[in-house]
Design a protein around this ligand. Structure first.
Ligand SMILES: C[S@@+](CC[C@H](N)C(=O)[O-])C[C@H]1O[C@@H](n2cnc3c(N)ncnc32)[C@H](O)[C@@H]1O
Length: 255
């Protein structure tokens, strides 16, 4: 079947690592199969996977053009309803067994996964599940060529420390969208550091973790002032951002 998409969703469809991770998580889901919500359904591809497992699928998409594509792509499924709405304005009437929400981006800064799930998970049954179920973020020191916030899409940079896990989220928990912490990173070579690299790993379910792929959380590169470092120097950095408020919300400072 040929899916109708916007150009952006066409790129999402071409990322087969991303798609197979979600396909496998939906296939492996072992709870009740009454109702599933697909929040931010885009072209409808994840609803297409859900349709053969669930009695009812409600697919919500904020973008009008994308919702029309999803309606067209899913028109043969009587158990799927596509709704053109902001999830945050949608009045849920029924609790679901499963919520699929792929509004992911590195460290959840630039998309609305956190505000949307903080609202929508009230409409999940007591033993209900969320796909993905959470994320893990790692951070490292780097030397960057570009001195603005950007994603790792084939750009050059050099790593100056081992990555370590600085935050971890389970989407069943209430998540404070404001991240603020003081981090200590240990340099492992001599040279000039001028940035941070954040890598996000997506926990699809208890058995499946997806690393970055071109359209699923490519690492985020964040500039810092230049600093000379030696092996084993401890570099202390204050990092702040608001999940769902965009990369403009990122603030960094050496301590
Ligand atoms: C990363 S795309 C994923 C699309 C689709 N689930 C897929 O896997 O191809 C995220 C989608 O969420 C939609 N979206 C973002 N914020 C939303 C909101 N508040 N309510 C509904 N949809 C939203 C975007 O328009 C976009 O289509």
């Amino acid at each position: 079947m040929k899916f109708k998409t916007t150009p952006y969703h066409a790129h999402l469809l071409k990322d087969t690592d991303r798609l197979s991770a979600f396909f496998n998580a939906i296939k492996d889901y072992d709870g009740e199969h009454d109702l599933a919500y697909d929040l931010g359904c885009g072209s409808g591809i994840l609803s297409y996977f859900l349709a053969s497992y669930f009695k009812q699928v409600k697919s919500i998409e904020i973008n009008h053009k994308s919702s029309l594509c999803a309606q067209e792509n899913l028109k043969d499924f009587e158990n799927v309803e596509v709704i053109n709405s902001d999830v945050l304005d949608y009045e849920f009437t029924k609790k679901a067994d499963l919520i699929v929400c792929e509004m992911l981006d590195t460290a959840l800064i630039d998309e609305e996964e956190v505000p949307v799930l903080n609202y929508a998970k009230d409409f999940l049954k007591e033993n209900g599940k969320i796909i993905p179920q959470g994320i893990i973020n790692t951070i490292e020191l780097v030397n960057l060529e570009r001195h603005y916030v950007h994603w790792d899409e084939g750009v050059n940079y050099e790593s100056f420390s081992k990555p370590f896990v600085y935050s971890e989220y389970n989407f069943l928990d209430d998540i404070n969208p404001v991240f603020e912490d003081e981090l200590t990173l240990k340099a492992d070579k001599v040279g000039i550091v001028n940035g941070l690299k954040i890598t996000t790993y997506t926990i699809l379910n208890d058995n499946l973790v997806a690393g970055p792929s071109p359209m699923l959380n490519p690492p985020l590169l964040i500039p810092l002032d230049e600093k000379s470092v030696k092996v084993n120097d401890l570099i202390k950095v204050k990092l702040k951002y608001i999940m769902g408020n965009g990369i403009e919300s990122i603030q960094t400072e050496y301590i």
